[in-house]
Design a protein around this ligand. Structure first.
Ligand code: CAA
Ligand code: FAD
Length: 375
């Protein structure tokens, strides 16, 4: 892995830092308090190419690679983690469409996601009774003469109330045959879709999280994305990449917390300086793990599942610990609900849950370690 960033990566990082500094950071607390979905900022990110950093140019992306993407998410998350997760989910949906879509599916949808015409896409895997055990989903797609009929409920869907397109996983087996789980592209405006009330989360209030009920939603034959029965594998591959996004978001949160703590002048005390140095070292270790996973994905030479899970596990744990310690070091004022450090502490918690809990990352790492050995 190259230790130096290339000019493209530097440029992407600069664009993201500029938007973060000028537009996201100044309004992060107010946006969180109002629970305001960041429509204007998403448009700004799209205009700067940041809603498609790792998407090919002909689809409106920057084609700047996964390392550049990670650097952009880190910079955005440092200013506002809620905007970063919205961007990360959009990227994951755009990548799935780009990799597995037919030319027609890809060219119809992806440019809308990179240009900001769609404020986001949504990744609809989890259900009320199946989060970690994603394969246990109950949503079902049944063949009709004109396509498919989709029924079921998805839970905790990021950007669900605003997305232009949903990727929806559903059971397609018939009488126990081997047609497993398949993936469908669903227009978010179709009749039969009910969007639930936004979840009242402890943090990241400016991100939108809802349930989606699909009640006999009729979709065409061209809605199938990838092969029939191969959808679960696509979900797992997408999540390998998605976990790099959440690791990057976590690092941004830790960077933000450290910056607030150092601004508070804590370096005057030797005890605080010790704590800050150690935290900084741990954040850098998590950053290197994340950039390495990004680089492995980018180089496409190897399976990067274990590295992505290690990055997500480490970075999310570090973000939570650093935010907690920074609140403790700065003292009571940082514990006020709308203090930037308290917000980052609230925002950090969910990084250990979504895109696979910390326990699930351990499962993925252990399975891969047993299968392929240490190196
Ligand atoms: N790449 C490609 N294929 C993979 C794969 C990978 N990384 N991991 C597994 N597969 C394949 C396997 O080879 C297997 O294929 P075959 O059936 O052809 O052999 C198939 O997928 C099933 O694999 P497993 O037996 O390992 O599956 P499992 O049911 O035991 O599940 C799990 C494993 C790791 C627990 C998985 O269910 C999982 O990752 N759960 C967490 C779900 C998750 O992360 N959800 C996040 C939702 S999105 C989100 O959260 C967004 C957001 O917040 C912002
Ligand atoms: P469960 O699976 O019920 O887990 C409960 C506990 O048991 C956890 O501590 C878990 O680690 C542990 N556990 C479960 N299985 C095992 C195991 N095999 N080994 C060890 N421990 C285990 N999903 C989407 O599809 N799309 C989205 O856009 C999306 N956005 C989200 C946004 C937010 C804010 C949140 C909170 C969630 C979002 N999710 C989304 C759902 C998220 O992916 C799930 O919450 C997560 O995968 C955990 O599933 P669960 O909540 O059902 O918990």
């Amino acid at each position: 892995m190259d230790a130096q960033l290339n000019p493209t990566q530097v440029d992407v990082q600069r664009r993201a830092r500029q938007i973060a500094r000028e537009h996201l950071a100044p309004r992060a607390i107010a946006r969180d308090a109002a629970g305001e979905f960041p429509l204007d900022d998403l448009r700004r990110l799209a205009d700067a190419g940041l809603m498609g950093v790792n998407i090919n140019r002909e689809l409106g992306g920057l084609q700047a690679g996964v390392v550049a993407y990670s650097l952009a998410v880190q910079a955005i998350a440092k200013a506002d983690p809620a905007v970063a997760v919205t961007m990360a989910v959009n990227n994951m949906v755009g990548e799935v469409l780009s990799y597995f879509g037919t030319p027609s599916q890809t060219s119809t949808l992806v440019p809308k996601m990179t240009s900001g015409e769609f404020s986001s896409g949504s990744f609809c895997l989890s259900e009320p009774g199946s989060g970690s055990d994603a394969a246990g989903m109950l949503t079902r797609a049944t063949r009709t003469t004109e396509g498919w009929r989709l029924s079921g409920t998805k839970a905790w869907i990021t950007s669900g109330a605003y997305a232009g397109v949903f990727l929806v996983w559903a059971q397609t087996s018939v009488d126990g045959d081997d047609q497993g789980i398949s993936l469908f592209i669903v227009d978010s405006r179709l009749p039969g879709i009910t969007v639930g009330q936004p979840e009242d989360k402890m943090g990241q209030h400016a991100s939108n999280t809802v349930s989606l009920a699909f009640d006999d939603v009729l979709i065409g034959p061209d809605a199938l994305l990838g092969e029939l029965g191969k959808g679960f594998r696509i979900a797992m591959m997408a999540l390998d990449g998605g976990r790099i996004g959440i690791a990057s978001q976590s690092i941004g949160i830790a960077d933000g917390a450290l910056e607030w703590a150092t601004k508070a002048g804590l370096d005057r005390s030797a005890r605080c300086a010790d704590a800050l140095e150690m935290m900084h070292a741990r954040v850098e270790a998590a950053r290197q793990l994340t950039l390495r996973a990004a680089w492995l994905k980018e180089s496409a030479s190897t399976n990067f599942s274990r590295q992505a899970s290690m990055a997500k596990l480490m970075a999310s744990e570090v973000a939570n610990e650093v935010a907690r310690q920074c609140v403790a070091l700065v003292g009571p004022e940082a514990a006020a609900y709308d203090h930037p450090l308290a917000k980052l502490l609230r925002d950090a918690r969910v990084t250990r849950i979504y895109e696979g809990t910390s326990e699930i990352q351990r499962v993925v790492i252990a399975r891969d370690l047993i299968r392929h050995g240490v190196a």
